[in-house]
Design a binder for this molecule. Structure first.
Ligand code: NAD
Length: 297
């Protein structure tokens, strides 16, 4: 199949590579020439706008940072909707707000294209391994249509409901994740301060009722889990700025239905403080540093 892939960042580039490996013909577009060049060296063709990238495509995927970028990529003068052929399915895998997704889907439908939101979880490791979870908001017919292509990049393909519900699932999951990472950080920092070894404490938690992904797979205390970002200076992984963006999406969505988010709001402020301290590019598990005494203290 001829697929247009727009947005070749930390997630998009490895996802696009998996489509190439699966034998698809790819035309790619990104504002960053270096990442486009690296995909072209592996067999993709490139275009100098989203409009041109989608012109011959049978399927379109976008993987962009935030709603403003997605809006430009679809609705801009040189965007997807200006160039795509009628009937071609559109999939946006970026994490953005459900309202923008629904607005784009309406604009796409007006010219004969169905759009699905399909945000992912699994991080850059999952993107490379092709084991992402896709949370898909689409009609049942569109879900069936996009499934075979998404299966080249992910292992779990979940139909969440109508357009926008993929984003709802993603936002709610990351709300839990942002909060649970702070809970684990608070307890790990306290335990170590009170004299228990970090690995012993994590071992107890991970066989007790405090166990969660933030403790048993991605523990924020350095040295507890060798493969976690905490054991490599909080580099790689999922940046605090992206977590901050997702908690902002949760806050906006909650406001739209007048629901309070007590812990979500507090978590947002902790990641905001991390960002203000200049650590926004570090993995979000670096939030544990808020609890640790400064050097020399
Ligand atoms: P990234 O910043 O690494 O990559 C985004 C890419 O989009 C960049 O290469 C940028 O040049 C390109 N871009 C921006 N505007 C563009 C435009 N108008 N046209 C074409 N290209 C444009 O971001 P990422 O880490 O790949 O994340 C992408 C999305 O996936 C985000 O919404 C993020 O929240 C979500 N996500 C990220 C992770 C993760 O672990 N990094 C995990 C799950 C979901």
């Amino acid at each position: 199949m001829h697929i247009a892939f727009i947005g070749l960042g930390n997630m998009g580039a490895p996802m696009a590579r998996n489509l190439l490996k699966a034998g698809h013909t790819l035309t790619v577009f990104d504002l960053n020439a270096a990442t486009v060049a690296s995909l072209c060296a592996e067999g993709a063709a490139s275009a100098d706008s989203a409009r041109k990238a989608v012109a011959e495509a049978d399927f379109v995927i976008t993987m962009l940072p935030a709603a403003a970028h997605v809006r430009t990529a679809y609705l801009g003068e040189d965007g997807v909707l200006a160039g795509v052929r009628r009937g071609v399915p559109l999939v946006d895998s970026s994490t953005i707000d459900p309202a923008t997704v629904r607005e784009l889907a309406t604009a796409a439908a007006a010219q004969g294209n169905a759009l699905a939101d399909a945000p992912v979880s699994g991080g850059t490791g999952g993107a490379q391994a092709g084991t992402l979870t896709f949370m898909v908001g689409a009609t049942p017919a569109l879900f069936e249509q996009v499934k075979p292509v998404l299966a080249n990049m992910g292992r779990n393909l979940v139909h969440c409901g109508d357009t926008g519900t993929g984003q709802v699932a993603k936002i709610c999951n990351n709300l839990i994740l942002g909060i649970s990472m702070i809970g684990v950080s608070e307890a790990m920092a306290l335990g170590v301060r009170l004299g228990i070894d970090a690995s012993v404490l994590a071992g107890i938690v991970n066989t007790s009722t405090g166990r969660c992904w933030s403790s048993d797979t991605y523990n924020p205390y350095p040295g507890v889990i060798e493969t976690a970002p905490s054991s490599r200076g909080y580099t790689g992984g999922f940046g605090a700025e992206l977590m901050l963006k997702d908690l902002g999406l949760a806050a906006d969505a909650a406001r739209s239905v007048k629901q309070p988010l007590f812990l979500g709001a507090l978590a947002q402020q902790l990641y905001q403080a991390m960002s203000q301290a200049g650590d926004g590019q570090l993995d979000f598990s670096g939030v544990i540093r808020q609890y640790q005494p400064r050097t020399g203290a």
